[in-house]
Design a protein around this ligand. Sequence first.
Ligand SMILES: Nc1ncnc2c1ncn2[C@@H]1O[C@H](COP(=O)(O)OP(=O)(O)OP(=O)(O)O)[C@@H](O)[C@H]1O
Ligand SMILES: [Mg+2]
Length: 237
Amino acid sequence: MIEFHRLSKTYSDVKALDDVSFTVPAGSVTGFLGPNGAGKSTAMRILAGLSRPTSGSATVLGRPYAELERPGYDVGTLLDASAQHPGRTGREVLTLGAMMLGLPRTRVDEVLELVGLTGKEGRRPVGGYSLGMRQRLGIGHALLGRPRALILDEPANGLDPQGIHWMRGLLRDLARSGCAVLLSSHLLHEVEQVADRIVMIGRGRLLAQGTPAELGRGRSLEQTFLELTAAADRGLA
Ligand SMILES: Nc1ncnc2c1ncn2[C@@H]1O[C@H](COP(=O)(O)OP(=O)(O)OP(=O)(O)O)[C@@H](O)[C@H]1O
Ligand SMILES: [Mg+2]
């Protein structure tokens, strides 16, 4: 389970997160939705131990990232698909990841198969990958240790329609097997189709959370989202 508790983060004069609390239960896909600059990446970076909160906490399985004994098995992260060394092949990236986690080489082949980077594609340097291929590799890297929680920042960016369809199926399967999945997007339709819970933020503040049905309440989810984000922009939310 992933939990954000009264999380705030201030960068000099910017309140990137302002008292945000929500949980991502095991066995669910939670969509983290908000316009550009809402604070989604900031929250995910704090959860992955890459940034310190100004106040509040972000925990996985009850602990902050830095206190996890086996972080690679507890939480998989994809925060920036372009973060891999461009000179390494996809297979090399996964092999290094597997070695760091003490996993057998066979896991690398399994993951390459899972994300559709088999054969020649896995042997090409990442610098020559399309954005969609880098996302697939990043998702594979996050899944190496079969983690119990997964955080993916804008994983659908660059994926073609088949890729998006594939990712939805993968995330649903992971949730069915008990994983707590948090994925961010600024695109409502993308999230709506896969998430069983939705958390909306705007200007660093939690705007709404619940199932898509709860949030829509008779209106389209898009209307709710646009109204709430507009209110947040006016400082009313
Ligand atoms: N390292 C930083 N230094 C200063 N300000 C930052 C830093 N990181 C983020 N911010 C600011 O915090 C706010 C939230 O940014 P964040 O990247 O979390 O948004 P986001 O919801 O991920 O947006 P997007 O959909 O564009 O990815 C923005 O106003 C951003 O400018
Ligand atoms: Mg972001």
